[in-house]
Design a protein. Structure first.
Length: 423
């Protein structure tokens, strides 16, 4: 692996799918959706903001797990999108082991991602007194995720697929220069921001919709820390809009692009009208793009996963970010999992962290495949992954990242390129 002199990454291959015939016998696809909304009286702690630990007060809209299984006669893969904040490392291990055992999809061929809704329950108990309420929901959640993949597998049928891209202007860079000269969370319309909406359509040979996969760079933070109602936020609203437009026949799976520095143009706040508006704008673009996609029944499926390890750091206890007093000390190395699923010549990548936009732009630019998506919060979670240039603008994402500068951007991009070159 060739990395720059500043990069100290090490790469360990987990698996690369064995060589398959150039043209598989039959491409099949199946999809399923299962409601994972907790009971209205569960009062689970909410995710995404440290101030909301006492539990949610109600349910505004349902949460779902959505699963897509594809099969080419020789290999099988699954894409799973869950309306929650994040996929922790332990959660990923448990779920992929169960999916492999109970649904027959190899763990290396699974892309398990969260939509990154900040209005979903936490996947951690947060406080010991929440354990009694939190654990039963987690057991139910894990069972339903596995069941969604099993159901999608059971619905496999001969299929066609195709891809396209569009644009949506519902996101903005959030790393803004303040009046004091410091960097903080705000609105920076001049900062890097990828407006691309990537769409993959799966349909039966008769043209009946099966699934719509779409990827976009935006935080699920239209509802902010004052909201105490469970919701899929903007990603969930977009998913439901797409599904309605297809008459409930298609399962719409959203994955977050490199949105570590991307908020919605509205919020964070507590205006449900803004959630609906932005969800509709994004959903309408997905539907428009899907209507233009030409599909083919020919696909070969391949998959690979690797880990790259970069030097770690942590902020010192005496640091006071609000006063601009920040210092770091060395910490344990950090392992980042990068994933690749190939459906024909479509490259679906995954990164186990909250990635800033420039890394996604670089991955796409260096990919040998014309259609490449980058799903974050996928197959694990190691926190924020800034690009090298962003370290010079010290804001929240830079305070809390566990990574030293000079490694992750090049390590991720180079490793994914090498994985693609082997496909």
């Amino acid at each position: 692996m060739n990395l720059t002199s500043r990069t100290t990454a090490t790469a360990a291959t987990i698996f690369i799918a064995s060589a398959l015939p150039l043209m598989a016998a039959e491409f099949r696809a199946g999809a399923a959706r299962i409601d994972i909304t907790p009971a209205t009286n569960a009062a689970l702690p909410m995710a995404g903001y440290g101030s909301r630990v006492e539990g949610f007060k109600g349910v505004h809209d349902p949460l779902y797990v959505r699963a897509l299984v594809v099969d080419d006669g020789s290999a099988r893969a699954a894409i799973v999108s869950v309306d929650m904040l994040t996929i922790t490392e332990n959660f990923w291990k448990r779920m992929t082991q169960r999916i492999e055992r109970e649904a027959g999809v190899p763990s290396n061929m699974i892309l398990l991602a969260s939509t990154h809704s900040h209005a979903a329950p936490s996947v951690r108990a947060v406080k010991p007194e929440f354990e009694v309420r939190w654990k039963p929901w987690m057991v139910e959640l894990e069972d339903k995720i596995v069941r969604a993949v099993v159901e999608a597998k059971g619905l496999l049928k001969p299929a066609r697929y195709g891809a396209g891209t569009g644009k949506a202007y519902v996101n903005t860079n959030r790393r803004a220069r303040m009046a004091s000269g410091a960097w903080g969370l705000g609105v920076n319309p001049e900062g890097p921001s990828d407006k691309t909406v990537s769409v993959i359509k799966f349909e039966s040979l008769a043209g009946e919709p099966i699934a719509i996969f779409f990827n976009y760079c935006v935080h699920g933070t239209v509802t902010g820390p004052r909201n105490y109602e469970v919701s899929g936020d903007l990603p969930g609203a977009a998913e439901r809009h797409v599904e309605r437009q297809f008459g409930g026949k298609a399962v719409a799976l959203f994955t977050s692009g490199t949105a570590g520095d991307q908020n919605a143009i509205y919020g964070p706040g507590n205006d449900w009208g803004q959630v609906a508006i932005l969800g509709r704008i994004l959903g309408e673009e997905v539907v428009r793009v899907a209507s233009t996609i030409r599909t083919t029944p020919h696909a070969r499926i391949r998959g690979a996963q690797q880990t790259v390890t970069c030097p770690g750091r942590t902020m010192t206890p005496e640091s006071k970010p609000s006063e601009g007093k920040i210092s770091f000390v060395d910490a344990d190395p950090v392992s980042i999992r990068v994933s690749l699923l190939m459906v024909g010549h479509l490259a679906l990548t995954g990164i186990s962290g909250e990635v800033l936009t420039r890394i996604g732009t670089r991955v796409k630019a260096e990919s040998p495949f014309a259609f490449t998506t980058v799903s974050t919060h996928a197959n694990g979670a190691i926190g924020y992954i800034p690009d090298d240039a962003s370290y010079d603008q010290v804001s929240y994402e830079i305070w809390v990242t566990r990574l030293k500068p000079g490694c992750a951007e090049t390590a991720i991009t180079s490793t994914l390129r090498e994985m693609m070159d082997q496909m």
